[in-house]
Design a binder for this molecule. Structure first.
Ligand code: PLP
Length: 467
């Protein structure tokens, strides 16, 4: 493909994306293909000679698109969203075109300095502690791993980095509701899954700080070394909020690293009125949230903030001869701020999103999402055959259909059936969780393209599914 043909095909591809997003409601939200349906349509070997681009695009439509679950569909209410937006897509195209690998400042000073600024912009609009330092990671899982590794090095005086594992038995603490990435991080960090201690939660599914304190004291008495606490602002299952301040006080008392995982709900901190979300954050050592979930910036883009930059750098820096530069120490070489060496230019899409939306428009969109959550929640409140299974928070509801003559097992099957029917219809995609053994339907209202008509539409769909 030469430049001329690229120009033509790329314009067609942009039209393809615009058509796709404009017509997205015509697709079944959840892909309806069966395992290996797509696989068997792809030849065993690549073509010996280049094929026509028209054929490629028609295969995209015929063979690939049926196997896509449409995350940008307004009726994608599953998991948490992975939102995109037009400015973010444009920035992604430009990033690919520039094709820079931004491992150190010198490999693209603009990428490093824009990243530094974007993290400051986020810090400002979210009113995060001023002394934090930010870096973009790929995912929240990576950011939490980085936090666990940094905490591990701090508590062992950087010994594990140097000597490998010693006899010290480290422990990581989180609630029973915390995301599985914490266990994964502890496994990778060599701490071991059995040393991830799950602290009990209260009726709102929030970690009980007094139980954390009790567990840490018990562990200290038994010879363990408490390493890191992961506290959640918005758990995946029920969007529960751990009490950051109370947990932070416990961490301070025992000198344990506090990492706050606000992967989804963190975006809501751009709303000044949600002050409670920030309460106690100054006690955290690190913090993560995903602009790629609820801040219109397409996957992947994760904002990770750390209080003590030096500890982070000391954990990750490694300096082979070929990476020595004359600017070292004057600039941010982000390869030292996490696991990977090579880095994508992710700051560009944040810049495009924040400049085209403007803070006010981002706030308005999120406020609309909160109103949508309130609207659905009030429908559940007044309907005799539905109940909330956890108090509704932000723009997510966790609920179930109830029938007075049914026992818990029957209710679980009933709600599982409702969810399966809705998802099989292709009209919407919802996922579930379990709340105290009860099968619960989760409904998230955070899609970039969501309007009130969709919110009324999903409620009607739910009502029809119980008829
Ligand atoms: N933490 C929480 C609370 C999450 O909900 C998720 C994913 O939904 C993650 C972490 C992991 O996010 P990522 O896919 O960016 O690794």
């Amino acid at each position: 493909m030469n430049a001329e043909e690229f120009r033509k095909r790329a314009h067609e591809a942009v039209d393809w994306v615009a058509d796709y997003l404009e017509n997205i409601e015509q697709y079944p939200v959840k892909s309806q293909v069966k395992p290996k349906d797509v696989y068997h349509q792809i030849p065993d070997s690549p073509p010996e000679n280049g094929e026509s681009f028209d054929l490629l695009m028609s295969d995209l439509d015929d063979k690939i698109m049926p196997g896509i679950t449409h995350w940008q569909h307004p009726h994608f209410h599953a998991y948490f969203p992975a939102n995109n937006s037009y400015p973010s897509i444009i920035a992604e195209i430009i990033t690919a075109g520039i094709g820079a690998q931004c491992m150190v400042w010198e490999t693209s000073p603009a990428a490093a300095e824009l990243e530094e600024r974007m993290m400051e912009w986020l810090k400002e609009i979210m009113a995060l502690p001023r002394h934090w330092h930010g870096v973009i990671q790929d995912t929240a899982s990576t950011a939490s791993l980085v936090a666990i590794l940094t905490a591990r090095e701090k508590v062992t005086d950087f010994n594990i980095n140097e000597q490998g594992f010693t006899t010290k038995k480290l422990r990581v603490y989180c609630s029973e509701e915390t995301h599985s990435s914490v266990e994964k991080g502890a496994k990778i960090a060599g701490i071991g899954r059995s040393n991830v201690i799950k602290i009990p939660v209260d009726s709102a599914k929030a970690m009980i700080a007094a139980e954390l304190d009790r567990q840490i004291k018990e562990d200290l008495a038994s010879g363990y070394t408490p390493c890191c606490v992961i506290s959640a602002l918005g758990t995946t299952g029920t969007l529960a909020f751990d009490p950051t301040r109370a947990i932070g006080d416990v961490c301070r008392k025992h000198a344990v690293w506090l990492h706050v995982d606000a992967a989804y709900a963190g975006s809501a901190m751009i709303l000044p009125e949600l002050d409670w979300l920030r309460d106690g954050l100054e006690l955290a050592d690190s913090f993560v949230f995903n602009p790629h979930k609820w801040l219109f910036t397409n996957f992947d883009c994760t904002a990770y903030f750390v209080k003590d930059k030096e500890v982070l750098l000391k954990t990750f820096e490694i300096l082979p001869e070929y990476l020595k530069t004359s600017t070292r120490g004057q600039v941010n070489d982000y390869r030292d701020w996490g696991v990977q060496l090579g880095r994508r230019f992710r700051a560009l899409k944040l810049w495009f999103v924040m400049r085209t939306y403007g803070v006010e428009q981002m706030r308005t969109t999120l406020r609309n999402h909160l109103k949508f959550g309130e609207w659905i929640s009030s429908q559940i409140d007044v309907h005799p055959q539905f109940e909330h299974l956890t108090p509704p928070k932000l723009n997510m509801v966790v609920f179930r259909h109830v029938k007075p003559d049914m026992n818990e097992v029957e209710l679980n099957n009933l709600n599982k059936g409702i969810l399966e029917r809705i998802n099989a219809s292709g009209k919407a995609f919802l996922t579930h969780t379990k709340v105290d053994g009860k099968y619960a339907i989760r409904l998230v209202l955070g899609n970039s393209y969501l309007e009130q008509r969709h919110v009324e539409g999903i409620w009607e769909l739910i009502l029809n599914s119980i008829k």
